[in-house]
Write a protein that binds this ligand. Sequence first.
Ligand code: UGA
Length: 435
Amino acid sequence: MNLAVIGTGYVGLVTGTCFAETGNNVTCVDIDVNKVERLRKGEITIFEPGLDVLFERNSKQGRLKFTTDLNEAVASAQIIFLALPTPPGEDGSADLSYIMGVAKQLSHLIKDYKIIIDKSTVPVGTAERVHAIIAENTSETLFDVVSNPEFLREGVAVDDFMKPDRVVIGTTSERARKVMKQLYEPFVRQGNPIYFMDERSAEMTKYAANSYLATRISFMNEIANLCEKVNANVDMVRMGMGSDSRIGKRFLFPGVGYGGSCFPKDVQALARTATDFDYDFRILNAVMGVNDQQRYTLAEKIKAYFGQDLRGHTIGIWGLAFKPNTDDIREAPALYIIESLLAAGAKVKAFDPEAMNNIQRYFGDQIELCKDQYEVLIDADALAIVTEWSLFRTPSFQVMKELMKQDVIFDGRNLYDLEAMAEHGFHYHSIGRES
Ligand code: UGA
């Protein structure tokens, strides 16, 4: 099949590449001339493990192309994915101006039957709005608008795309349904379901899934905070809870709050949708409130230990990306922690395996960026662990002690065993466990 993917950000690039991998001809469109130029030269513009191999193979074999020319891409495509940004507006609702802008352009370009697919996370009712805009200039028999939310996690996006737990397709058109089934069948050969539903339910499913996961995290962060007070160990509690098959083991890790380009934005947008429909979604408001505080928890622990005034103290940071295996620092807890430490007068040194360029752009020379995790520790009064990169899981504690000025660790991801840390002689503070 011939596909166009409009928007070559994270979702667009992974979607385009993975559909090319199953034999489709994919043209990816972006208005950013530089980006398209780089992609044409074979340079991947995002960091995503495993994407490079697929990208190279499909580009070489001519199934994956890049252009700035929307007209050309749309003319040859039967299926058009919209993978455009939906940043939060000032009131928390998703800003749909990119999607609506492209819909308007499409309304002038459609000459034969096309399926237009919302892949971005968009509020309930967006498919209907896109349909209405295109229908202003195109006959309704020439197109269908489908909601097909993506459930990719950064860092494992290729795997999530190639082997999805489920595919959700919102359409009430029988014609579109048949094409979508054919398009996705290669990805669900092991028997995972394709759920067909109406457009609004599909749009809601994405927000409900992300908001529920964010709720689990905020819930566990509160359990961890309480564990600290009652002197219980949240790791034990997590395992005890998670073995109940109704609860499940995954996504129960307390830490420094959820970040990234999805959860904060989507929880906020769903709460906003609820308000728009005159419904007070109390749980979501609490989820956001807990997360706002949890992002500062490590900085607060550091200040509780050294005092509110951190002038004269050097704090080393391991991990800046919002989670491992990505260079993404959008809404990363590290940003909040570092800002709080700097405001208290601390000197901050930091290292991350992938996010150094992004953090450099964000903080400039306000913090010292180090070439590896050990350089961070030289003359540090304390180490704060913010992202759970595998690299940080088994460091040489002996070398760490030699380099650090004081043997103090604040671990926002519970990477180490409490007894082992006591044996190594560290003052070790983690989340929801006695120190
Ligand atoms: C999330 C969802 O997991 C995807 O299914 C969804 O498609 C995506 O958003 C999206 O809407 O595009 P992502 O933001 O890449 O994916 O990252 P996650 O792995 O879900 O992690 C989100 C945040 O939660 C991270 O800050 C992570 O550190 C935190 N987290 C996760 C915890 O604090 N504890 C956990 O147990 C799990």
